[in-house]
Design a protein around this ligand. Sequence first.
Ligand code: ZN
Length: 261
Amino acid sequence: MHSEIKKVEFPNLSIITIPATQDNFMYLIVDKTSGEATVVDPVEPQRVLQVVNQEQVTLKSVLTTHHHWDHAGGNQKLVDLSVNENGNRLEVYGGDTRIEALTKPVAQGDIIQKPAVFTGDTLFIAGCGRFFEGTPPQMYDALITKLSSLPDDTLVFCGHEYTVSNLKFALSVEPDNQDVVNKLTWAENQRAGKKPTVPSTIAEEKRINPFMRVNLPSLQQRVGASDSINCMGTEEYCLTVPVRHFMSPVFLLNFILGGTI
Ligand SMILES: [Zn+2]
């Protein structure tokens, strides 16, 4: 496992971070009142079910951030493994018909409640996905227009552990940003102990994430951009981002969860 399992407690629910593949995260969200649970991006179904058993909760549904195999590829197997004696099947929520085993399509903006957002490959801690399936204006819309307008205390649970390399890029474009320096030291310590760096918050991302800071004239100047969207599209931003994954802003789907699901 690339990281330890980590549990974040809220008054009515807990969110358990479960590592998968080389650097993916799955999340089990438990409603403490009902003992029911939902899993986000269960690419490794067996590992999810182990945690479900350990926690003695009842898995009811799957939330899928996007259709890529490392997020949606475990859906069908999990549904098959989870059919109970009554033949009840898990509901699979997602925003794209290409998502495996989808039963409940949802649209952008189907916000349930704060305090958490599951960003898949769109927003990472201190970074974002590559633009292979989208354009700088789409990324601007996703990161600045939509995600930045969430409440500051919204927790950010992203799809991969890329924080340290993202912060090194952040430091290259904003060498004087003390928040980035501090977060990098913290993240390196976390990773040395195999601890995950999720979650962050929207407020923190606004301080450390160069993709959420493209409105800053100083940052635009440094990468030779004329405006915010142009900044997202500069070679420095697009080609040197040390992220090995895609983003898919067209299929961006944010699940914001409250006490009940
Ligand atoms: Zn991914």
